[in-house]
Structures are given as structure tokens and as C-alpha cells.
Design a binder for this molecule. Structure first.
Ligand SMILES: [Zn+2]
Ligand SMILES: [Zn+2]
Length: 300
């Protein structure tokens, strides 16, 4: 039997909650607006840049924010052939169709080598390396473009995985940096990051992207090595299937703990400046410069 929308007589396009196309779309968008309001993620005078990959999460984030705010898209091209080049094509098409300014910075241009070229040398963990580069570059490029806030497409599933991973590995200091508004310290050189899709599940975002006719290329990064996250994701998904609401409950518990975690770790994690590049970091040398040294690339 076909399921009906909980709000009207049309047939449902989504289960849990059961909504028709129109009601589902407005349900997701209202969820984003209320997250922004409740956690004060975006202020009236903010210059908002959305960190985009061309994938569904960041594209949906860009799409929803652009309905109420003036936004620009910012992307980092790591130079991963057969993956990032394809997702960036989607992003360019989306931004052109919706007249949203897009800024793409390539690692090759900034550092002289693509991630592919780096990895041919054979060492280093791609996700760690890539993550360090992306975070640092996004911050630096957004800051230079005059951004006052960076919005990312992180969803409830991503956050639940991170929270659980940090518990399982006793890394509460890492969890202290999570939450709808990330980070612990205010720093002039650090552009605050926010997650407007914090309470949207992966399934919801996939459905929204599908209903909006976004056609992101569903390609996996060829370097996906974060096997621990994959294990945790699989366990959480199984658990969610058997005990509906688990992910949301995990996030709710975390949000109760979060103010205590932030207060506890705030004092010990004041940012210093990287000795090599001057970017904000927690140690003497930032992760990017450490990696650059390791791979003997030019400095930026
Ligand atoms: Zn309806
Ligand atoms: Zn540095």
C-alpha cells in the first residue's frame, strides 16, 4: 500500500517522516533555518562562503542557504583524477545555473604538485594529508576573500560518526571542537565554521538532492582510507536499523556534554602561529607545513 503524506493527501516520497515532495522539501529547509537560529550560526552582516566539493551534501547546503542569504561557493581542487575533476564539473554547472560566484583553488597551483603527484611518492595517509590541506586552504582562501563564516555540508551522520569515534578512541579534546559551530577559540586568522545541516540525516540529504534534480556524480574518492570511520559508520547504520533514532540520540547526548567539553578544553588550546607560514595552528608547525616538509614541496 502506498504511504500518504502526514500533512496532506498526496503520496509520500519519504518515510520517517512520511511527507510528499513539497512537505518534505519544506521540512528539510525549516530544519536548516531553525538550526541556524537556535545556534546563532549566521549573523545579519556575515559574508558567507560555502565550502563545496560538488557532492550532494555541500551542494544541498549551498542551495538552501542561497535562498535566504547572499552566498559564494569555495572549492579546493586537490587534483585527484577521475574524482575531484568530475565533482567540480557538477559544481561549476550548478553555480553557473544558479548565478552563484564560485572560487576554485587548486593544490597544484598553490603548492606546485597535485595530490596524485604527491602520493606517487608512496607515503603519507591520504585522508589525513588531504584533510589537513583542505582545512588549512579553505581557511586561508576564505579569509583572503573576506569571509566571516564558512558553512560546510556536514550532516547528522557525519557528526554521529565523529562523536562515536572520538569516544571509542578517548579523544574528547577532538570532540570538543565538534558541534554546529566548530572550534574552541576565537582567532582573527581563523574563519569560524558552521554546519547548517547538522540535524539532517544522510538519507534526507540524498532524497532532497534527488528531488531537486541535482545530479552529483556519485564517485568515491579513490584514496578513501579512513577505514576506522567506515567501520563506525557500518555499525551505526546497523544499530540505527534495529533501534531507530540512535544517531539522533547520540547527537542529543553529545550536545548536552558539548558546553562542558568546550569549557574544559578551551583553556588549553589557544592557537599559536605556524613558524613556517604564520597560519593559526596548535603546534610550532602546522600540519600543512609538516607535510610539505615531508614531501619536500615548495612553501606557500
Ligand atoms: Zn504533503
Ligand atoms: Zn604552516
Amino acid at each position: 500500500m502506498k504511504m500518504k503524506c502526514a500533512r496532506c493527501q498526496k503520496s509520500a516520497v519519504f518515510r520517517n517522516p512520511a511527507y510528499c515532495r513539497e512537505h518534505f522539501i519544506s521540512y528539510i529547509e525549516r530544519k536548516v533555518w531553525s538550526t541556524i537560529a537556535r545556534y546563532k550560526l549566521i549573523g545579519k552582516n556575515d559574508a558567507i562562503f560555502v565550502a563545496c566539493s560538488g557532492g550532494k551534501d555541500s551542494t544541498v547546503c549551498l542551495h538552501i542557504l542561497s535562498q535566504r542569504y547572499q552566498v559564494e561557493a569555495l572549492a579546493i581542487d586537490e587534483g585527484i583524477a577521475g574524482y575531484r575533476d568530475l565533482t567540480l564539473l557538477d559544481l561549476r554547472a550548478y553555480c553557473a545555473a544558479h548565478r552563484i560566484p564560485l572560487h576554485v583553488y587548486s593544490i597544484k597551483h598553490l603548492f606546485g604538485k597535485t595530490l596524485d603527484e604527491l602520493l606517487k611518492k608512496g607515503s603519507g595517509l591520504p585522508c589525513t594529508l588531504c584533510g589537513a590541506f583542505r582545512r588549512s586552504l579553505l581557511n586561508r582562501c576564505a579569509r583572503e576573500l573576506g569571509a566571516t563564516v564558512i558553512a560546510t555540508g556536514h550532516n547528522l551522520d557525519d557528526e554521529a560518526q565523529s562523536v562515536l569515534m572520538n569516544f571509542l578512541r578517548n579523544q574528547l579534546a577532538v570532540s570538543a571542537r565538534l558541534g554546529p559551530a566548530t572550534g574552541l577559540v576565537k582567532d582573527l586568522h581563523f574563519v569560524p565554521r558552521v554546519k547548517p545541516m547538522y540535524f539532517c540525516t544522510e538519507k534526507e540529504i540524498t532524497a532532497y538532492a534527488y528531488l531537486m534534480n541535482f545530479s552529483p556524480t556519485f564517485t568515491e574518492c579513490p584514496y578513501t582510507w579512513d577505514s576506522y570511520r567506515n567501520t563506525v559508520r557500518a555499525h551505526l547504520n546497523t544499530y540505527e536499523e534495529n533501534h531507530r533514532g540512535t544517531k539522533k540520540a547520540l547527537i542529543r547526548s553529545f550536545l548536552h556534554l558539548m558546553p562542558m567539553l568546550k569549557a574544559r578544553y578551551r583553556t588549553t588550546s589557544a592557537l599559536s602561529r605556524c613558524h613556517d607560514c604564520g597560519e593559526p595552528c596548535a603546534a610550532d608547525r602546522c600540519q600543512v607545513c609538516s607535510q610539505l616538509k615531508k614531501f619536500q614541496m615548495k612553501k606557500y
